[in-house]
Write a protein that binds this ligand. Structure first.
Ligand SMILES: Nc1ncnc2c1ncn2[C@@H]1O[C@H](COP(=O)(O)OP(=O)(O)OP(=O)(O)O)[C@@H](O)[C@H]1O
Ligand SMILES: [Mg+2]
Length: 269
């Protein structure tokens, strides 16, 4: 059985706005999956259903054998950690360290175990040196790492990152990659929403493309970026290097700069 599953899930917000229409997707332990799609496609709604912040209007959400309708948000979110799209919706403590410490409160850890978990989360997110500062002393893009550190410290089986790439420079993207590597190496499932197609091409094999409240495709990055019908329906643009490879009629369904460079060298030789 999958670790996390949405079965034919629809969701209607209290104001009557339908945000998901018969969506099914499932995730195994240790998997790493990107969810992509235009603004308003339903990505954030889908992941909020996964951690119990929202409950389905119809259909079923199963988390580690639990039907989320039968469990509280606190119970479900002890298995599925969700880093909010906007870190400021999540951060409410006076220092970065307190923000991260708060996550360990419900874990029944000894003081020394808790401090080890907190230090590891601060280390991984590169926040150790600024741990005693107020979260708002960091710029918005780095506050996203405070939100990530707080979720890492919850030690959930699944970690969901909602647009962590937005506004990040190359160094921060590298840090993000290290965090994801660390999680998957430890058997965690990582689900990431992003609009950064280059990052998806570089880092993710499995990709779910959403549009208009539904799943358009659940496949590999190559299959999706090289399928014009899927790209059009999702209102997405493949990475520039894919578009260039298409124009130049290079084979091999290229999606990364590395593969592009290799293919160009190959045609010269
Ligand atoms: N709190 C809310 N109340 C009412 N409607 C909402 C609410 N949040 C989202 N919606 C609507 O639900 C639909 C899906 O929104 P959602 O936030 O899930 O999309 P998204 O794919 O995450 O978009 P984005 O890329 O802009 O973050 C949209 O039509 C949106 O306007
Ligand atoms: Mg969103």
């Amino acid at each position: 059985m999958a670790l996390l599953e949405l079965q034919q899930v629809s969701f209607i917000y209290p104001n009557g706005s339908k945000a998901l229409d018969q969506v099914s997707m499932s995730f195994e332990e240790g998997e790493k999956v990107a969810i992509i799609g235009q603004n308003g496609a339903g990505k954030t709604t889908a992941v909020k259903l996964m951690n119990g912040l929202l409950k389905p209007t119809s259909g079923t959400v199963i988390v580690d054998g639990w039907n989320t309708l039968e469990h509280t948000t606190a119970q479900v979110s002890s298995k599925v950690g969700y880093v909010f799209q906007n870190p400021d919706d999540q951060i409410f403590h006076e220092t970065i360290r307190e923000e991260v410490e708060f996550s360990t409160r419900h874990l029944n850890l000894s003081e020394s175990e808790a401090s080890q978990v907190v230090n590891e989360a601060l280390q991984l997110t590169g926040l150790m040196d600024v741990a005693d500062l107020h979260p708002y002393s960091l710029p918005y893009s780095l506050r996203k790492f405070v939100a990530i550190a707080a979720v890492l410290a919850m030690q959930t089986k699944v970690v969901i990152l909602d647009e962590p790439t937005a506004g990040q420079d190359a160094r921060s993207l590298e840090r993000l990659t290290k965090i994801i590597e660390h999680l998957t190496k430890n058997g965690k499932t990582v689900i990431m929403i992003t609009h950064d197609m280059n990052y998806v091409a570089d880092q993710f094999d499995r990709v779910i493309a959403m549009a208009n409240r539904r799943v358009v495709s659940d496949s590999t990055a190559k299959e999706i970026f090289w399928n014009p019908a899927v790209m059009k329906e999702s209102h997405l643009q493949a990475p520039p290097v894919t578009q260039l490879a298409g124009t130049l009629s290079l084979g091999g369904r290229i999606i990364t700069v590395d593969a592009f460079v290799k293919a160009c060298k190959g045609t010269k030789e």
